[in-house]
Design a protein around this ligand. Structure first.
Ligand SMILES: CC(C)(COP(=O)(O)OP(=O)(O)OC[C@H]1O[C@@H](n2cnc3c(N)ncnc32)[C@H](O)[C@@H]1OP(=O)(O)O)[C@@H](O)C(=O)NCCC(=O)NCCS
Length: 143
């Protein structure tokens, strides 16, 4: 597995990967904006040259890092790559002075169990947060 910083010229491939692996749909320009605002906070994982994972975040006021996307293709899940991408993002955040990391995850999802396992606590609930009306839980921990 190779972990690399996302480059804007990879946008089409990234969008194909995200569309295949996420429930939510996003406009491509969003990812160019995220990358331009904090290039070190946008990583991808490639296996055999193909994108199989992505993670990106944003720096918020109050020394907070927000994880915007963290997704691995099903065939590479539960092999430590999600943890690795999240650690890359948090290490980049620490370099920029972040003290806390926050994210949203779908209530009762496997992702909540993953984040809880990594030391995140639930701090808030966002009703109807997702496009299909599903609720999100806000989770946080120290970076
Ligand atoms: C959630 C997700 C990012 C986790 O990444 P991953 O690569 O599968 O997880 P890892 O292999 O890095 O797991 C790291 C640790 O969390 C644990 N873990 C992972 N998934 C878990 C789950 N569903 N329940 C309990 N523990 C879990 C692992 O056992 C591992 O623990 P260990 O190192 O102590 O053995 C990934 O499965 C995924 O992309 N899921 C689909 C998309 C998604 O839900 N994204 C999050 C939206 S916010």
């Amino acid at each position: 597995m190779k972990y690399l910083l996302f480059q804007p010229e990879e946008l089409d491939e990234l969008m194909r990967f995200l569309t295949a692996n996420l429930d939510e749909s996003y406009k491509p320009e969003v990812f160019l904006k995220i990358q331009s605002q904090w290039p070190d906070g946008f990583a991808i994982a490639r296996r055999g040259g193909i994108i199989v994972g992505a993670a990106c975040g944003a720096l918020l006021p109050g020394n907070k890092l927000r994880v915007l996307i963290l997704v691995l293709a099903p065939e590479v899940q539960r092999q430590g790559h999600g943890r690795k991408l999240l650690e890359m993002l948090m290490a980049a955040g620490r370099k920029r002075g972040c003290k806390r990391v926050a994210l949203e995850a779908r209530v009762d999802s496997a992702a909540v169990k993953f984040y809880r396992h990594l030391g995140f606590s639930s701090v808030d609930l966002l009703p109807c947060y997702y496009q299909d009306g599903g609720d999100a839980v806000v989770m946080e921990r120290l970076v």
